[in-house]
Write a protein that binds this ligand. Structure first.
Ligand code: GAP
Length: 460
């Protein structure tokens, strides 16, 4: 079995060919760094979201769910610090008019990390170090200036000047804003968490690498509210829980690492951040993040909203603003990491190439495919009956078109763990072949036992 050296190109092509991920606005020539999730992509997303919710909400007694709005009161983004601090330093090439993130240009060309430096210092480095435009190779840039990453939009209020609202750049703020509602209406006691899955939007200057950095993406976030003194233990525990999640979805642990953020590089709200990085084909990059947000957000929302966000602790009769540990999981990056991990090409004994996605069975978009060996009424009748029997339980496909080998190859590319074939022996002895995606081994199974056998295989 031979792993492909740089699978990203092949993954992008397979994703389009097989209905996982299409370029956004495709028939209009595309719309940079936006993507549609096709029929199989959407199943994969759903399976990951369901498993995440099951793991962090249903299977725990200390976390509740929320689905907050994307558009919220503009003051929220002042309170959260995003209006002032959610910036990248950008520069424009005066010659070819292309726009770049200054820190990335400098890092790529002279391997110097400028995060946290003042704009004047960044401008000076660009000039002194003769940084070149990667597009036209000239050295004629504007000064560096701040570019806020939030998308703004106009609300339809005609009588107000402040009718700007923002598309949320993180789901987290909706959780902080509803903290009081949840404390008042649910019987939660600290420590407890609020989980949310939803879209976030960022006007990234230099997006790219397929769905790694896009302008519209989904986050799965938890704000875990604690008493300040317990932050270190809670942080360590969450780091373990995050790695356990990676294992649960089948990510290769050898490709995962912990990366501690340097103090001077922490986000405006964080006192400690550890990224979980993944070795993508284009380099080691952030997959998930774990941050100790202190009481920064609740304190600021209390100040800006003039509403008390203190929590009354009945055990020790104390009133305080809770501190927060935030595990955050990017859904699109989860999908990209999984695709990179599970994509495999192998040359079969007959010299044919087999492309297979070795998804963990729990998240595979299709669990079982059913084929009649040929499109003959006596076979299709039995195959359709099996389809009807299995499809209330899982996402199941029925396919009667083309050569059987081609139908197997198609399901391999979708990562379907099991294929069932109805042949002429099936009509004699009520058995079918059950083929395993990874080993390609086939076993003969009684039709009556199919449901239990597959159930057992999928669950173990
Ligand atoms: N609430 C904290 C927060 O938003 P972040 O590190 O900026 O922290 C969290 O984002 C996660 O969201 C990242 O670890 C990543 O998985 C995902 N993410 C961030 N920006 C992204 C982008 N432009 N495209 C795709 N995913 C992104």
């Amino acid at each position: 079995m031979k792993k492909n050296v740089d699978p990203l190109k092949n993954i992008v092509s397979l994703c389009k060919r097989r209905g996982f991920i299409y370029p956004g606005s495709d028939i209009y020539g595309g719309f940079a760094n936006t993507y549609s999730f096709g029929p199989y992509g959407v199943e994969l997303k759903k399976n990951i979201k369901d498993l995440w919710w099951k793991t962090f909400v249903y299977q725990r007694r200390d976390i509740v769910g929320l689905d907050g709005p994307i558009l919220m009161h503009p003051k929220i983004w002042e309170a959260s610090g995003h209006v002032d601090s959610f910036n990248d330093a950008l520069i424009d090439c005066k010659e070819c008019k292309n726009r770049f993130r200054a820190d990335q240009l400098i890092e790529n060309q002279i391997n110097k990390d400028v995060e946290g430096l003042k704009l004047e210092d960044i401008t000076k480095i660009v000039k002194d170090e003769k940084i070149k435009c990667p597009k036209c190779q000239k050295e004629n840039f504007t000064d560096a200036r701040h570019f806020n990453l939030m998308f703004s939009t106009q609300m339809s209020k005609t009588d107000a000047d402040d009718n700007i609202s923002y598309l949320r750049p993180e789901t987290a703020q909706a959780i902080f804003v509803d903290f009081k509602n949840i404390v008042d209406t649910m019987r939660v006691k600290i420590p407890f968490g609020i989980a949310q899955i939803g879209k976030a939007f960022r006007n990234e200057i230099t997006p790219g690498n397929f769905i790694f950095r896009v302008i519209e993406f989904e986050q799965m976030e938890i704000e875990y509210f604690i008493e300040e003194s317990s932050w270190q233990d809670t942080f360590d525990k969450w780091l373990t829980d995050m790695f356990n999640w990676c294992k649960l979805i089948g990510l290769d642990s050898k490709k995962l690492k912990e990366k501690e953020h340097l103090k001077e590089k922490l986000s405006h709200y964080s006192k400690r951040t550890v990224d979980i990085t993944y070795e993508f084909p284009f380099g080691e990059n952030e997959l998930y993040g774990l941050a100790y947000r202190t009481d920064f957000d609740l304190k600021n929302h209390e100040k800006f909203s003039k509403t008390s966000l203190k929590y009354f602790d009945p055990i020790n009769n104390k009133k305080y603003i809770p501190h927060v540990i935030e595990p955050t999981f990017g859904l699109d990056r989860t999908i990209l990491a999984l695709l990179c991990d599970v994509y495999d090409e192998e040359i079969l004994e007959n010299n044919e190439k087999r492309v297979v996605l070795r998804f963990n069975k729990k998240i595979a978009p299709v669990k079982v495919a059913i084929f009649p060996l040929m499109k003959k009424e006596e076979l299709t009748k039995v195959a359709r009956a099996i389809f009807e029997k299995l499809n209330p339980h899982w996402s199941v496909e029925y396919d009667e078109t083309g050569a059987i080998g081609k139908r197997y190859r198609r399901q391999d590319e979708l990562g379907t763990p099991y294929c069932i074939t109805v042949d002429y022996d099936s009509l004699e002895d009520n058995t079918v072949t059950l083929r395993d995606r990874d080993s390609m081994k086939q076993e003969r199974i009684k039709i009556d036992n199919l449901l239990d056998i597959i159930k057992n295989k999928l669950e173990n």
